[in-house]
Write a protein that binds this ligand. Structure first.
Ligand code: NAD
Ligand code: DAU
Length: 351
């Protein structure tokens, strides 16, 4: 039997990088990419590998019980790498129920199918759940999130992810389902939907539109290049002990305002603008409700146990990212027309 792996959410930002890495690195595996193709899912993100003989795509909703049951009945998956989720904090503030459906109900559906079809044959299988550092809540000016930091989610998004993490662990404790979890910090890189800070700012700078900074721009995030997250997922999937949790992060904290100032400086150079030109677009807007002050991951466990370290310095990753968006204007243009325009107008309407 070929080693068949189900990757959920593989048409999204991080999922597309994980699918690409697995399809290219493991020709002996069969990679099945399941994605609902919500507003955030985009098959263009993986158009370079979609003809590969070890790859197939299935369109479907992880929260559809019958569909998931049928999929597991038809396929003997050796493993599941579960990334599909509603992922944007601001959307979770507007519509929490969508997050409960996809992130909680959808995850439990997948767990139920794995439990039912893997039954007494858990040997060599694993259910790998991809989660976020936001489940730990918010830090003050000092300290880090560790694997054993208590959960304290503060947004509907992080509450839904925390809930899904709890269900995953409960299925191991109760049914012995072989699970692994990782919690990662903010990712950046190619193919990120421009509702998130960096691609939104890159697109606005390019088009001379205001760059919306929530509150005073003092919130801190720990940024990691998406390909390094995909590398960590590969290592954890293959090497982690069953039942373990790993934190993944870039040791790379930036206040939002410093990050955007750096971005503006690099964009000035790339666009042939005078230094300081793009920074004039910075516009302070109404803060996000319940905005978490700071996230910072202690990634020493994955470093020590699995030998993972980020491969890129931030400045290098940021340049690569900007170059990708500038070189892929058509990708951006297709996204920012239609539904995105309505989202943007509504989201930033008070400013
Ligand atoms: P994304 O929004 O770019 O992609 C999510 C993908 O999931 C999309 O392709 C979407 O179509 C699909 N999807 C959503 N609901 C679905 C459903 N009900 N059924 C099937 N498919 C569905 O998200 P992302 O930023 O790539 O995040 C992927 C995962 O990584 C999420 O679980 C997220 O919580 C986690 N994560 C993200 C970050 C980050 O910085 N982006 C950091 C840590 C963890
Ligand atoms: O930490 C991991 C999380 O990172 C993931 O779990 C989430 O899926 C992912 O979306 C991301 O969450 P954030 O809320 O940190 O990312 P976002 O890009 O939305 O915002 C980054 C910071 O920038 C945050 O402090 C809010 C701020 N921000 C964001 C937007 C969209 C602005 O100041 N202005 C904006 O317009």
């Amino acid at each position: 039997m070929r080693n068949k792996i189900l990757i959920t959410g593989g048409a999204g930002f991080i999922g597309s990088h994980v699918v690409r890495l697995f399809v290219n690195k493991y020709p002996e595996y069969e990679i099945v990419n399941l994605d609902k193709l919500t507003y955030a899912g985009n098959l263009e993100n993986i158009s370079d590998i979609d003809k590969a003989p070890n790859y197939s795509f299935v369109k479907g909703d992880i929260s559809d019980e019958q569909f998931i049951d049928d999929l597991f009945a038809k396929n003997d998956f050796k493993g599941v790498i579960h990334l599909a989720a509603e992922s944007h904090v601001d959307r979770s503030i507007t519509d929490p129920m969508a997050f409960i459906k996809a992130n909680v109900f959808g995850t439990v559906n997948l767990l139920n199918a794995a439990k039912k079809y893997w039954k007494d044959d858990f040997e060599g299988r694993r259910f790998y759940h991809i989660s976020t550092d936001e489940v730990y809540g918010a830090l003050g000016e000092t300290g880090f999130f560790y694997e054993d930091t208590s959960y304290d989610p503060k947004s509907p998004y992080s509450a839904s992810k925390a809930s899904s993490d709890h269900f995953v662990r409960a299925y191991m404790n109760t049914y012995k389902l072989p699970i692994v979890i990782s919690n990662c910090s903010n990712n950046y890189g190619p193919n990120q939907f421009p509702e998130k800070l960096l691609p939104l700012a890159i697109n606005n700078i390019k088009n001379n539109k205001p760059i919306p900074i929530y509150g005073k721009g003092e919130n801190i995030r720990d940024w990691l290049y998406v390909v390094d997250h995909a590398r960590a997922i590969d290592l954890i999937y293959h090497k982690a002990e069953i039942g373990k949790t790993y934190n993944i992060g870039g040791h790379n904290e930036w206040t939002n305002i410093d990050l955007i100032r750096l971005l503006c400086k690099v964009m000035d150079k790339k666009l042939g603008r005078a230094e300081g030109e793009s920074a004039k677009l910075i516009s302070y807007v109404t803060d996000r409700a319940g905005h978490d002050l700071r996230y910072a991951i202690d990634a020493s466990l994955i470093e020590k146990k699995l030998g993972w370290v980020p491969s890129l310095q931030f400045e290098e990753g940021l340049e690569k990212t900007i170059d990708w968006y500038l070189d892929n204007q058509k990708w951006m243009d297709r996204i920012v027309s239609g539904a995105y325009e309505d989202y943007y107008k509504n989201m930033y309407k008070d400013n």
